[in-house]
Design a protein around this ligand. Sequence first.
Ligand SMILES: [Zn+2]
Length: 145
Amino acid sequence: MVLRIPKTLLDQLRRHGEETYPHECCGVLVGAFDDAGGKTVETLVKCGNTRTDSPENRYHISPAELVRIQREALLAGHDIVGFYHSHPDHPAQWSATDLAEAHWTGCSYVITSVEHGHAELTHAFLLQGQEEVKRFVDEVLEVIA
Ligand SMILES: [Zn+2]
């Protein structure tokens, strides 16, 4: 599967992680699914990280915010195609917590490692399967103009 993202949005997403360092940033990727199962990001919605217990290595988007984002996306003829967050001083790989807290099958989960305040790698993972047997698989992140 492939997640296509315009260069400007990828830059914004990575910069968001630098802005919130040493805390995690998070947000929603709004766009469109294509018939082949790929996705294209059209807009980025930055969210406030509502986790106050451990903002360095946890992220959480409030349900109310998510509902609002989804409603606005649908009104604009779009869908939620994924989520992104940052890993301050940790690799751009999903954690057991990330998998446990991921519930949107078919959506992409994009993770950026932010080392010493500087965005390094950005990787995308596709959530597959239903809740009991869900898993992340590596996804191609294709940067488009
Ligand atoms: Zn994470």
